[in-house]
Design a protein around this ligand. Structure first.
Ligand code: DC
Length: 209
């Protein structure tokens, strides 16, 4: 069974994808880490994320075993990831890896922006996780503060709105709810409730498949 979990940042998609992976005993890939790692590699090379050639080179030589979890989780890496992710050459370089992961025997859970639409349009279950911008910004702000970053709530909300707009408006594989995806709004849900709701959706879809 392939489960596609898409949605904007801090919607809860990562938490839900990890919980589905544990519950259904499926391997999980957080595809945002790939774009974040490319962004960090571009910056390390002394280039800007807007630099298409530098971003494509970084994507082409990405070593997923060498991804530094701490460095890719900063607010800056998230903003830069959203910029490199808009370059079609970067997306093309990362497609095969993601598709191979999705199509491994037994299935997988992948979360991102274009899993249900581009990476695994044949996924058995597709979830599109949402929450209102203020709720998402306050979750992400708490997470960044917990990681030791000095950043204000307004700046996080600002970055979130800009990233939403960039991710949803890019020409290549924009963030979009697949037609056959089930939308889950986590704005008013506790983490536990959101996970239970997602499991119920997957069970329902699996039953009817
Ligand atoms: O989910 P995240 O915040 O870690 O993602 C970082 C950026 O990577 C996001 O702003 C857009 C990009 N991304 C993408 O374009 N496609 C994906 N499948 C996953 C992430």
């Amino acid at each position: 069974m392939i489960i596609a979990v898409d949605g904007p940042l801090a919607s809860g998609k990562g938490t839900i994808a990890r919980a589905l992976s544990a519950h259904f005993r499926l391997p999980h890939l957080d595809t945002g880490t790939l774009y974040r790692a490319v962004a960090v590699a571009v910056t390390d090379a002394g280039a800007q994320p807007e630099d298409v050639a530098a971003a494509e080179a970084a994507a082409g030589s990405l070593d997923i075993r060498a991804i530094d979890e701490t460095r890719i989780r900063t607010a800056g890496a998230g903003v830069a990831a959203s910029i490199v992710a808009a370059h079609p050459g970067v997306r093309a370089a990362l497609v095969a890896l993601q598709r191979d992961f999705a199509n491994q025997p037994g299935g997988a859970v992948l979360d991102g922006r274009d899993i249900g639409t581009v990476i695994a349009p044949h996924a058995h279950v597709k979830l599109f996780i949402t929450a209102n911008p203020e709720v998402r910004a306050s979750r992400r702000h708490a997470e960044l503060i917990h990681r030791g970053e000095q950043i204000g709530f307004d700046q996080v909300l600002d970055q979130l709105r800009q990233r939403d707009a960039r991710d949803a408006s890019r020409a290549d594989a924009p963030m979009m709810k697949a037609e056959d995806a089930v939308e889950l709004d986590t704005s008013e849900l506790t983490q536990g409730d959101a996970i239970r709701a997602a499991i119920a959706i997957v069970e329902g879809r699996r039953g009817s498949a």
